[in-house]
Design a protein around this ligand. Structure first.
Ligand code: KG4
Ligand code: ZN
Length: 352
């Protein structure tokens, strides 16, 4: 079986072809970074227009590199949410058009399910497993019970973890995206010169909070003598910021492992996914906790942790095998929680 996947939910225009032997036949990703850089963050309108003008070329490139003809495709999958709705609509409409023209099934894939199932494509792991999903838009701890079956243990109550990296970088004049820049500066700095908080550390549950940490970075910068920040200040603030984030991640993940073992005694793996999973200090913190708790630690390669279409094609394939295809009337969604129960509870004012 071969399937084409399309990803347009944020600032990457991507297409990939994957088969059911877990081979990635092509994986084309075009980043819009340069188009958004002048604004210091992603502009939804700019993103949507850029997807429109490049997606057909990216799909053609992906099909050519995979050496696959449209007549050989068994289905087509596209991210149908959550994400910036303009971009999501571009990907979904394109996928529906191809599905209608070729008379093949269409699969509306939840972007988060794409991240969640990547470790099955790369490492063939079995259900259930614990997932830490850390990206620019999401910070979640989930039990992946099966395709389409997720139980959310924790989420952020304010900013996403990648957002905290990006905002810190912006305050320090490091540009966008901030995560990689903060990591590079942190390597040169000393973490204990400044003191930043570890929000929710030591507290019950598996939720995260990063907005206080972001504010503390701002206050720390403001307390420095007036004038330009010195290189050493930037390095030391980044080092302390990254140490604070890693401490919080370890604390929250430890709580979630306890919960995971209680609910799924047969589970033996923890997986990290999303753009922030590229951070080596967070990866090593996680592999340390996993070892301590006797769990296997799986981190897909960086290019499959950040946004890509191979993960969408793979999630589509997993759904196709279970007959979970979608109609051409499927509406793109800006919000789409993986665990509707947790989302409903959160809306009712109950802690998710
Ligand atoms: O998964 P992703 O590519 O896109 C979203 O779905 O958000 O994640 C992008 C996020 C950005 O916030 C970026 O700053 C962060 O991942 N990121 C990192 C690193 N590389 C990317 N954060 C920390 N350290 C990194 N090395
Ligand atoms: Zn993502």
């Amino acid at each position: 079986m071969k399937i084409l996947g399309i990803e347009t939910s944020c600032d990457e225009t991507a297409a990939a072809v994957v088969n059911d032997s877990r081979n990635i036949l092509s994986n084309v990703v075009r980043s819009q970074l340069e188009e958004h850089a002048p604004y210091g963050g992603i502009v939804p309108e700019v993103a949507a227009r850029s997807h429109i003008s490049t997606l057909d070329y990216i799909i053609t490139k992906s099909m050519t590199e995979a050496k696959v003809k449209y007549s050989e495709l068994d289905a087509i999958a596209a991210t149908a949410g959550p994400g910036l709705i303009g971009g999501v609509i571009v990907g979904v409409m394109t996928a529906k058009a191809i599905a209608a023209a070729r008379n093949i099934p269409f699969l509306a894939v939840n972007h988060l399910e794409g991240h969640a199932l990547t470790a099955r494509l790369t490492d063939n792991i079995s259900f259930p497993y614990l997932l830490l999903l850390v990206s620019g838009g999401h910070t979640q701890l989930l039990i992946v019970e099966n395709v389409n079956h997720y139980r959310r243990l924790g989420t952020t109550i304010d900013d996403a973890i990648g957002e905290a990296f990006d905002k810190t970088a912006k305050m320090l004049g490091l540009g966008y995206p901030g995560g990689p820049a903060v990591e590079i500066e942190a390597r040169k700095g000393k973490p204990d010169r400044f003191s930043l908080p570890r929000p929710l550390k030591g507290r019950e549950g598996c939720n995260f909070s990063f907005s206080g940490l972001k504010t503390a970075v701002r206050v720390t910068i403001e307390k420095l003598p007036a004038g330009a920040l010195k290189t050493r200040d930037i390095e030391d603030i980044c080092a302390e910021f990254q140490a604070a984030v890693a401490d919080v991640v370890i604390d929250r993940v430890s709580n979630s492992i306890y919960e995971f073992k209680r609910r799924c005694p047969e589970g033996n793996t923890i997986v990290v996914a999303g753009g922030v999973a590229a951070n080596s200090s967070i990866r090593s913190a996680l592999s340390g906790v996993a070892e301590l708790e006797g769990l296997k630690f799986v981190a897909p390669p960086n290019n499959l942790c950040t946004d890509n279409a191979a993960m969408i094609a793979w999630a589509g394939l997993e759904r196709l095998k279970l007959g979970l295809t979608d109609g051409l009337d499927f509406a793109p969604r800006p919000r789409w929680p993986l665990d509707p129960e947790a989302a409903a509870a959160a809306f009712a004012g109950v802690k998710a």
